[in-house]
Structure formats: structure tokens, C-alpha cells
Design a protein around this ligand. Structure first.
Ligand code: PMP
Length: 395
């Protein structure tokens, strides 16, 4: 049978995640991976998760195993609202939809707001799987540069002089892959531009809680409310993946009224609602009151790992690489001082037994081939020493 033409045209544009392909290498014996964007399972609170699971299936089985509301369990949304309040994101349970990870939130939101060829602006570099949701929604993706203070909002302002855009997607705090955080001044500038030019901001915040210092930037959601008394054009999404367990596949999205009900309809079409069992477990876990201590544990561990990796890189490869010290999150973004194709270089590092993600995969356009992303979340201290020695050998 000739199957040509059976696939939708938009699928031709869609790239598979090169990172997922790469992760196959990271499973090879003896290979040290600094590639994956996965949290360290050595830090998971298995005791707490076991208790919460036990409680969910014995105390509320009719809730855990039955269909539920599309927007998500009301009790869980109440608890999420409390969590968000501590981050300065003040929302009611009715402003929240629980999703299958924040990844699904991105997909649902993009489908709800993007018409084919609408312009969506992303950072250069940006989160690869957000690009996939934009491609699926058939957006016209444009990008603006990023430096040590996050997205260069002046570049966006320049672009707005000639183009009408639908929205901006960004990870403003401890970005993936850049590791950097948008400065306070640029946050205000961005929120003001969004109000003036009436575009959406999709604020993706999976890493905001994983900070290594006491410094905390306000969310764009919070700033918009402070400046304009509303967040009618801000969509805030976050997740339990990096603070609790990604296998639960639970995230959430806070949206204005005009959008929330439309997103809920798309969610109905996609999967009716997020897993009731996962929601019950998360609900019980939050009820145990263990999350704050768990977040502290993760922060302390990642902070230490980040410091070790940064110091090793500085000492061993500082003459050929530059990078910003991350103040939180899971990633360190490095650039060769002299141009080098990191995808090519990785063939050599693989021979030495170490993988990372070449930076070029994180660009919507104009990739910088001299960049690469290292994750410090999963490797042990010993592995990091060995990994940096192997990187050096592969040069
Ligand atoms: N956004 C960003 C920036 C991420 O790094 C990730 C996970 N790698 C996600 C969203 C999706 O995470 P999840 O679906 O597990 O919540």
C-alpha cells in the first residue's frame, strides 16, 4: 500500500528528540552520563512516597481508582494553591488544572492559543520539548538571545517594532538548558512589553524551588499582578517532577478564566484527567508535610554537586571553556572559547565514555555549535571527577 500522504503535513516538520536518542548511549556500560535531564532517584523520598501510596490506596481507594474531574482533584488543587502561594504565585484552586506533567500543560496551552503561523518567541537556547509543542501547534517560532541575565528582552522589544507576536515561552528561573535566571529588571521589562503589546507569556517554572542561595526572583505571574493587578495574559506552569517524583507524571498550570475552560476541554479530549492514583498519592504526600524537608535535601545535594562540577571544569578546562555558575536547577551550560562542533566532539567523548547534550539541539534557529549542556543532578562526585578527566582527554 502507498502510505505516502496518510501522515499529516505537520508531522514532516516534527523532529524526534535528539536527546532521547542520545540517552541510549548513556545506558551503555561504563559510560558516565551528564546528558539526561532527569532528577536523582537516589534523593527520592521513597519512605514518604510509600506511606503516601499506602494511605491513598487504603484510606481513599474510591478516589484513587475512580474517574475524577478533568481539572484535577479539588483537594490536590487546594494543596497546589498553598504551595504556589509560598512561591508568590497567588491563585485559587479554580485557577488551576492538574496535568500529566508540565509537559502536557505546554502541549494543551499551545494547542489552545496558537493559530498556524502565529509567532511565538523563545529563548536561544530553549527547552527542546517546548519547541516540539510549538511545532505541533504549527507556530512560527522565532528566537531571541540569552546571556547571563536570561532572555535579552531588548532584542524582543526590537522585534516587536515590526512583528505582532502571539506569545513568549520561557524558563525564567534556572533555565533548561542555560541554567541562567532572568534578572529583576528584565522581568519587569518583559511583563510590561506583554501588557503593552498584548501577547501571552508562558512561564515554565519546574526548577524555581531548586535554588542554591537565598536570592529569589519574583515570578512573572506575580510581577504582572503587582504591576497591573491581573495576570490575564500570563500562564504559569510547574511540576512535581523535580521536587517529588517525575514518574507520578503530575504537573499543573495556572491560567486566566478566558483560557482555563478551553484548556480543560482539550484535556478532556486528550486523556479526561490526570491519573487519579498519582493525584491521590501526591495529595497524601503533601498531607504528610514532608515536602519542605525534601526540597531542602534536593537543594543541598544539587548545590554541592553543581559546585564540584563547576570547580572541576574551571580547573581542568577553564582555559578552553566559559560558563555561568548556576544558582539553582540541574544544568550547567558551557561554551568553547574557540569555535568547536560539540556534536562532532561528542563522538570522541563517547569513545572515552562520557556523554552530554550538544547545545545545538536547544535552538529553534541559529544554533551555536560550540555550546553543550551538562547535568549535575545524577552523577556521583567520583563520576564527575572521572567525567571531566574524560572530557579533557577527548579534546
Ligand atoms: N519544562 C522544562 C523546562 C523541563 O526541563 C521539563 C522536564 N525536563 C518539563 C517542562 C517537563 O517536565 P514534566 O512533564 O516532568 O513536568
Amino acid at each position: 500500500m502507498n502510505t505516502e500522504g496518510l501522515l499529516a503535513a505537520r508531522m514532516v516538520r516534527l523532529k524526534s528528540s535528539a536527546i532521547r536518542e542520545l540517552l541510549k548511549h548513556s545506558k551503555m556500560e561504563g559510560v558516565i552520563s551528564l546528558a539526561g535531564g532527569i532528577p536523582s532517584s537516589a534523593l527520592f523520598d521513597f519512605d514518604g512516597l510509600r506511606q503516601a501510596t499506602q494511605q491513598a490506596i487504603t484510606e481513599q481507594p474510591e478516589h484513587a481508582f475512580q474517574y475524577g474531574l478533568t481539572e484535577g482533584s479539588y483537594t490536590l488543587r487546594e494543596r497546589i494553591a498553598e504551595l504556589c502561594q509560598e512561591r508568590g504565585v497567588v491563585a485559587k484552586p479554580d485557577d488551576i488544572v492538574v496535568t500529566a506533567g508540565s509537559q502536557q500543560a505546554l502541549d494543551l496551552v499551545m494547542r489552545a492559543v496558537v493559530n498556524p503561523d502565529d509567532i511565538f518567541v523563545v529563548e536561544r537556547p530553549t527547552y527542546l520539548a517546548a519547541l516540539q509543542t510549538l511545532e505541533l501547534a504549527e507556530a512560527n517560532i522565532l528566537s531571541v538571545g540569552t546571556d547571563g541575565d536570561g532572555m535579552i528582552v531588548d532584542e524582543l522589544a526590537e522585534l516587536l517594532k515590526t512583528r505582532k507576536i502571539k506569545g513568549v515561552y520561557l524558563v525564567p528561573t534556572f533555565g533548561n538548558p542555560s541554567g541562567v535566571t532572568l534578572s529583576r529588571a528584565r522581568r519587569e521589562q518583559l511583563v510590561q512589553l506583554a501588557a503593552k503589546h498584548e501577547f501571552l507569556i508562558v512561564e515554565d517554572d519546574p526548577y524555581g524551588e531548586l535554588r542554591f542561595t537565598d536570592e529569589r526572583q519574583p515570578t512573572l505571574f506575580e510581577l504582572s499582578k503587582a504591576l497591573f493587578g491581573h495576570a490575564d495574559n500570563i500562564i504559569y506552569t510547574s511540576t512535581f517532577s523535580k521536587i517529588l517524583a517525575p514518574g507520578l507524571r503530575l504537573g499543573w498550570v495556572i491560567m486566566p478564566d478566558w483560557l482555563l475552560h478551553k484548556v480543560a476541554i482539550i484535556k478532556q479530549a486528550a486523556d479526561l484527567h490526570a491519573s487519579a492514583l498519582s493525584q491521590s498519592i501526591a495529595e497524601c504526600y503533601l498531607g504528610l508535610g514532608r515536602l519542605p524537608a525534601q526540597i531542602e535535601t534536593i537543594r543541598a545535594a544539587y548545590k554541592k554537586k553543581c559546585q564540584i562540577l563547576a570547580e572541576l571544569l574551571e580547573r581542568e578546562l577553564g582555559d578552553v571553556l566559559t560558563f555561568e555558575y548556576p544558582k539553582g536547577g540541574m544544568f550547567l551550560w558551557a561554551r568553547f572559547r574557540e569555535p568547536r562542533n560539540c556534536a562532532e566532539w561528542m563522538k570522541k567523548t563517547l569513545e572515552q565514555g562520557v556523554v552530554f547534550v550538544p547545545g545545538e539541539f536547544f535552538y529553534a534557529d541559529n544554533p551555536d555549535h560550540s555550546t553543550f549542556r551538562l547535568s549535575f543532578a545524577t552523577a556521583t562526585e567520583e563520576q564527575m571527577h572521572e567525567a571531566v578527566a574524560r572530557l579533557k582527554r577527548a579534546l
